[in-house]
Ligand binder design. Structure first.
Ligand SMILES: N[C@@H](CCC(=O)N[C@@H](CS)C(=O)NCC(=O)O)C(=O)O
Length: 262
């Protein structure tokens, strides 16, 4: 039995859930939930040599694998039934080329959310748009007539969809929308198909928006906003019981009470 230590709302952890769901093997892996608003337990830090980022995979004989893209590939290699990756070398290279864009895409989206300087807003916005335009161009070159990169939701989609979903927080907190223009039409169609796929329904828009409120105030990864006592990444109270947070991230800091955290 494999164990994955994970944070339910973390996009990198969701990648693994998606791969396992596509393989029909989600039930065969034990998911151990980690609360990143609390210090990591000592037994977990011992396993990870003091590093704290999730996800972490532990094999049945206690070996540790880190980094979501590496764990995804391990699951694909270990559980070859219902492969998610393309078998053809050129098609696999195309998957890899698209996946290589995920780092800058992720960074642009999170920097935009975390930014607290109104003077940087336009630059963050333009940078995010440029990232979408790059993906649009890639898909127009290699898959102009399809919805996904290939016929079905596959490897590259499993990598990107958790981020496409997280970036709903940019719509909410930054009014970021993709322009209705040819430079974004292909990526907009891809995004719509990705986020509505049955294999990616582990998290909801509401859960993401409520959980990432503190990150919209500049405090990511479960860090505490000064003056508050509970992080919006907490499990209790459950996100479902909390109101939608204020949308103006450049405005006042909402209190624990206003966020329904008490
Ligand atoms: N590059 C890593 C990123 C993992 C990551 O940043 N995880 C976040 C949760 S979204 C985390 O665990 N943050 C808490 C920490 O780093 O202590 C991966 O792809 O696995």
């Amino acid at each position: 039995m494999l164990t994955i230590y994970h944070v339910p709302v973390c996009p990198f952890c969701q990648r693994l859930e998606i791969v396992l769901t596509l393989k029909g093997l989600h039930d065969q892996v034990h998911f151990d939930i980690v609360d990143i608003t609390q210090p990591r337990p000592l037994w977990l830090l011992e396993k990870t040599h003091g590093t704290t980022a999730m996800p972490v995979l532990e094999t049945s004989d206690g070996r540790i694998i880190k980094e979501s893209l590496v764990i995804m590939q391990y699951l694909e290699d270990l559980l070859p039934a219902r492969p998610v990756r393309r078998a053809d070398p050129y098609e696999r290279a195309l998957e890899n080329m698209l996946v290589r864009m995920e780092g800058e895409f992720t960074e642009a989206g999170f920097k935009y959310l975390l930014n607290q300087d109104p003077a940087q807003r336009q630059a963050c916005h333009d940078r995010m748009l440029m990232q979408f335009a790059r993906i649009n161009e890639f898909l127009m070159t290699h898959a102009p007539e399809r919805t996904f990169l290939f016929d079905e939701f596959g490897w590259a989609e499993a990598v990107f969809t958790p981020l496409l979903m997280r970036f709903w927080f940019l719509e909410y907190y930054e009014d970021f929308v993709l322009p209705d223009a040819p430079a974004y039409a292909r990526v907009a169609a891809w995004r719509a198909a990705c986020v509505s796929h049955p294999a990616v329904q582990q998290v909801t828009r509401e859960q993401i928006i409520k959980s990432y409120y503190d990150a919209s105030k500049g405090y990511g990864n479960g860090k505490m906003v000064p003056g508050r006592s509970v992080s919006t990444f907490t499990f209790a109270p459950d996100w479902r019981a909390r109101p939608m947070p204020p949308r103006d991230k450049y405005g006042h800091n909402a209190s624990d009470a206003e966020l329904g955290l008490l």
